[in-house]
Design a protein around this ligand. Structure first.
Ligand SMILES: NC(=O)C1=CN([C@@H]2O[C@H](COP(=O)(O)OP(=O)(O)OC[C@H]3O[C@@H](n4cnc5c(N)ncnc54)[C@H](O)[C@@H]3O)[C@@H](O)[C@H]2O)C=CC1
Ligand SMILES: O=C(O)C(=O)COP(=O)(O)O
Length: 524
């Protein structure tokens, strides 16, 4: 049973794909609840309230997937998760509309003093002259970060007759044209906008993007909005510019520290605030919960996840096509690792035939994950395979070849150590299955499965018989046996498979036989 911890308030109805999941137990408790056995948790679902640090991950050795029921993953140490092979997924578009609408509502409220006027009337005042507002019509809205939310906001602003000027270094001219917005540098947006709103993720590049220096490049009387992440606008710098009258007002939904407690911005009447409500609608919460619950379930069912931060997305169709090669790649990596015990400094992979139509970089990661399994105590998978190789100084090369060796496809992997190298080649035959067709310079043909032994020996009469007799005497049943040789009387190999793995004594007895050069277990 997979243990799935829901550590933040996530919509119950949206969690139904996991509530109905027979192979999972859902635990709805805070991360620091003493009843939570962190070491047993397989999946963790969070919003922005739970901070997922490297220290926390250290305590969660079984964790395989972190799902963020929302967009921003700045509360998750994605690098630390990647290093451990933990997949991080989010729900990228489930709350876009709600957040764009909230930003718009904040902008309208700010320009028309709605929160202040509301409070005044409730205080039994009637101060119509104190709350003269400013129209949105004809004003220039500067949007920093023109992704999903920025784009939805732009559409709404245009309907209100606003001019939209955007800054986003990753926005193409074509996309800006399609969205009907003027695209410029940050300096241009700062200089031209009447209202500036940020919609970037919080990253080292965007932290403090709006600071004293950038604030001083804006028009006097500018308004600021932050419904993205606390920290993109330097809060103390903003408070200073509100205080000196340069900034006419600000609407803030998110804070560097949440909840913010006493805050220098709170003393200004022209600063309006909400407690991180951008995504807080029934619709958005249902959307994001459903998205991540489905993702986690798909992951545990061995299906591809769609919205991973640290894995490439793959459609179901592509996944079905790549699946047999994925399995074969892992098996090749594992065989290689078990046949070549020493440290390796290079792994090169050559793909040929039909497999080259697929995402071979994904298969390369699968080869590496098979190779590292049982070699290192970190769970290596497609998320952290390249990183694991890099950290161990192993160069990984991938190439495509037209030589298919007579098969419809082939995957050839060579591992190199200082004075030694070992090659394994496999193919996948439709309606037949995976086969290993080349092992360390020998042509062979066997099914990579179960408990096997790989023996290198001299091609002399009686060797195969002696191996069979010794095993027979010990009541060991040989399930399959394949032999290969380069030339008569030279070096040869045997690959045998058994119902149960051979024990150390049986291995030693075989190793001691005449004409046996080496013997290795291969367990797949
Ligand atoms: N207040 C709330 O409740 C919510 C806040 N958010 C925040 O809003 C952010 C944006 O969300 P989406 O639009 O869905 O993300 P997105 O990924 O679609 O858009 C982000 C945009 O920022 C741009 N960008 C990145 N670095 C930049 C830089 N240095 N300067 C200018 N632009 C830059 C990217 O090119 C991208 O177009 C999220 O990362 C999240 O932190 C999201 C949902 C709800
Ligand atoms: O999706 C996001 O990035 C948000 O900021 C929403 O945060 P929340 O899930 O409401 O804590």
């Amino acid at each position: 049973m997979f243990q799935i911890l829901v550590a933040d308030a996530i919509n119950e109805e949206g969690l139904s794909p996991l509530l109905d999941f027979n192979e999972g137990t859902l635990i709805q408790k805070k991360i620091n609840d003493p009843e939570v056995e962190l070491e047993k948790i397989d999946a963790l679902l969070v919003r922005s309230a739970t901070t997922v640090t490297e220290d926390l991950l250290e305590k969660m050795p079984q964790l395989k997937i972190i799902a963020r029921a929302g967009v921003g993953v700045d509360n998750i140490d994605v690098n630390a998760a990647t290093k451990r092979g933990i997949i991080v997924v989010n729900a990228p578009d489930g709350n876009t509309i709600s957040t764009a609408e909230h930003t718009f509502a904040m902008m309208a409220s700010l320009m028309r003093n709605i929160p202040q006027a509301h409070q005044s009337v409730k205080n039994l005042e009637w101060k119509r002259n104190a709350f003269i507002g400013t129209e949105l019509y004809g004003k220039t809205l500067g949007i920093v970060g023109m992704g999903r939310i920025g784009s939805e906001l732009a559409k709404r602003a245009k309907v209100f007759g606003m001019n939209v000027k955007v800054y986003d270094p990753f926005l193409t001219k074509e996309r800006a044209l399609k969205l009907g917005v003027s695209h410029g540098s940050l300096e241009e947006v700062l200089a031209e906008a009447d209202i500036i709103t940020v919609h970037t993720p919080l990253t080292p590049e965007t932290k403090g993007l709006i600071n004293e220096e950038t604030l001083s490049q804006t028009k006097k009387g500018v308004y600021f909005l932050n419904c993205a992440r606390g920290g993109i606008i330097d809060e103390l710098a903003l408070a200073k510019f509100v205080g000196n009258g340069h900034v006419a007002g600000a609407a803030i939904d998110v804070f560097e520290v949440e909840p913010p407690g006493e805050h220098p911005l709170f003393k200004y009447d022209n600063v309006i605030v909400t407690p991180h409500l951008g995504a807080s609608t029934k619709e958005a919460q249902l959307n994001v919960a459903t998205q991540v619950a489905k993702e986690v379930r798909m992951y545990f069912e061995g299906k591809p996840v769609q919205n991973s931060i640290n894995l490439p997305a793959m459609s179901k169709d592509i996944f079905e096509k790549i699946k047999p090669f994925h399995q074969l790649s892992k098996q090749i990596g594992s065989i290689l690792s078990q046949c070549m015990k020493q440290g390796v400094n290079e792994i090169s992979i050559t793909y040929s035939g039909t497999v080259t139509d697929l995402e071979t970089s994904y298969l390369t990661k699968a080869v590496l994950s098979g190779f590292f399994k049982n070699r290192i105590d970190v769970n290596v998978n497609e998320v952290n395979a390249l990183l694991a190789a890099k950290e161990r100084g192993i160069t990984v090369g991938e190439k495509i070849s037209t030589n298919t060796f007579g098969y419809a496809n082939s995957i050839t992997v060579t591992a190199k150590a200082e004075n030694h190298q070992f090659t394994v080649r496999g193919t996948f035959i439709d309606h037949y299955g995976p086969r290993i067709v080349y092992l360390n310079d020998f042509v062979i043909d066997f099914l990579p499965e179960g408990n096997m032994v790989y023996i290198q020996h001299m091609d002399r009469p009686g060797v195969v018989g002696r191996v069979g007799k010794i095993l027979g005497d010990q009541e060991v049943n040989i399930a399959t046996m394949q032999v290969g040789r380069k030339q008569a009387g030279g070096e040869a190999i045997m690959v045998l498979s058994f119902d149960k793995p051979l024990d150390d004594k049986q291995m030693a007895t075989l190793a001691a036989l005449e004409d046996i050069v080496s013997i290795n277990r291969i367990n797949l």
